[in-house]
Design a protein around this ligand. Structure first.
Ligand SMILES: Nc1ncnc2c1ncn2[C@@H]1O[C@H](COP(=O)(O)OP(=O)(O)OP(=O)(O)O)[C@@H](O)[C@H]1O
Ligand SMILES: [Mg+2]
Length: 393
């Protein structure tokens, strides 16, 4: 059974007159993997610092197991942190860096006596962590001789070796290349499950957030925009910001004409959304992979392909519908200039309330120009006779 461990209740944070967190409400369950996701400056690190006790919120409460801990200092919280800029001890080798926290005397919560671990116990724990982060054999290496990725793994091992109840991780994989990053994502997830530790993880990488988390908290401008499972956030974004930030989205102005009927470009589409006012203006999200291409005569809408980019598994095509450009992903080739029809199943349409983000996202006009250059250089079957594309590049 999920048990609540940490709660932020109406937390606000201001620096001088600058509001950095605006009424954050959030709870984290025991053993959950929760990710704070959002663009640079949205308040992720500040939120994490409040949970870790490095910052006291200007107003609001921080609760641990139901008790208010606003004034409890970091070392008295059952929380360890891997900082965005982690600092290893440069004069200690890998083994001693990881063992460091284990050598500090601890107070036994029951007897209140100071306890020290034996060297044998320390060795067993460090060895276990070295295996977990894939650094077996690196014990004696100086940390300054390690690559960025290896240093980062030492930092993670050092934070985990104390077996904290909660681990706070601030962009811990930021310095790694893509391949190592993916490996470490799997590794961290495995360690988290195996050790039963609650992870609160910060990233601005939406793919990473979707791949690793039980729960994703999407933030922007110091506010929580949405909390949900990765599937919820992707399939049912709450507003245009979330739809745009998570994955690719075409976002089109529409009107609800009744439950299950939305109108875009003066055409009615069946959808699954209900509960809006009749004729309410809405934002309609259509994911690029949810659009079926059909012959022009059979289309619910018809448009002109303006660019094609080969992506390996599929093509990204930009299609102009009445001056609004959509991104569509398809495995069938529709050459530039061709007229196509599209069909969208009711579950491929997602209707959102208007918000102050409306109109800011979801139009691929600017992408189109970049794409046109790329696709002209690589591939354009309509230009066989003209033969003016390859020579010019
Ligand atoms: N000590 C401080 N004094 C003044 N402003 C601060 C302080 N700490 C953070 N801020 C401001 O608060 C806002 C949120 O910062 P925060 O570090 O939480 O962002 P973030 O989401 O972690 O961004 P990034 O992805 O770039 O790390 C920023 O505008 C930042 O400049
Ligand atoms: Mg940060």
């Amino acid at each position: 059974m999920a048990k609540e461990l940490i709660r932020l209740s109406n937390c606000c944070m201001s620096f001088d007159d600058n509001v950095v967190l605006d009424n954050i409400n959030l709870y984290i369950n025991d053993q959950e993997f929760l990710t704070l996701l959002g663009p640079s400056g949205c308040g992720k690190t500040t939120t994490l610092r409040i949970i870790g006790g490095f910052q006291t919120p200007t107003s609001g409460e921080v609760l641990f197991d139901g008790e208010k801990i606003n004034d409890v200092p970091p070392h008295k919280r059952a929380v360890n942190t891997v900082f965005q800029r982690y600092a290893l001890f440069p004069h200690l080798n890998v083994y001693e860096n990881i063992a460091f926290g284990l050598r500090l005397p601890k107070t036994d919560p029951e007897t209140k006596k100071k306890v020290k671990l034996s060297e044998a116990e320390i060795k067993a724990r460090v060895t276990e962590m070295l295996t977990a982060v894939n650094l077996t054999g690196f014990e004696k290496r100086s940390v300054t001789s390690l690559s960025g990725g290896q240093q980062q793994r030492v930092a993670i091992a050092r934070a985990l070796v104390n077996r904290p109840k909660v681990l706070l991780l601030d962009e811990p994989l930021g310095a790694l290349d893509l391949r190592l990053r993916k490996d470490m994502q799997n590794e961290l997830k495995r360690i988290q499950k195996a050790m039963g530790i609650t992870f609160i993880y910060v990233t601005h990488d939406q793919e990473e957030a979707l791949a690793m988390s039980d729960t994703v908290v999407v933030m922007d401008g110091g506010k929580i925009q949405q909390i949900g499972t990765p599937e919820d956030i992707y399939n049912e974004p709450k507003n245009a910001f979330v739809a745009d930030f998570i994955g690719e989205s075409n976002i089109i102005d529409g009107y609800m004409r009744g439950d299950g009927v939305v109108e875009i470009f003066n055409r009615r589409f069946a959808c699954l959304d209900k509960g809006f006012a009749v004729n309410e203006p809405v934002d309609v999200v259509i994911r690029p992979e949810d659009v079926d291409i059909v012959p022009e005569a059979e289309g619910q809408l018809t448009g002109t392909v303006t660019s094609v980019t080969f992506k390996g598994v599929h093509y990204d095509i930009i299609v102009d519908f009445y001056g609004f450009k959509w991104l569509i992903q398809t495995t069938d080739l529709s050459p530039v200039g061709s007229r196509i029809g599209i069909k969208i199943d009711p579950d491929g349409i997602h209707v959102m309330k208007k918000s102050h983000y409306s109109g800011m996202f979801g139009d691929y006009s600017s992408y189109s120009e970049e794409y046109e250059e790329i696709s002209d250089a690589n591939y354009d079957p309509t230009e066989e006779d003209e033969g003016d594309s390859n020579e010019e590049t």
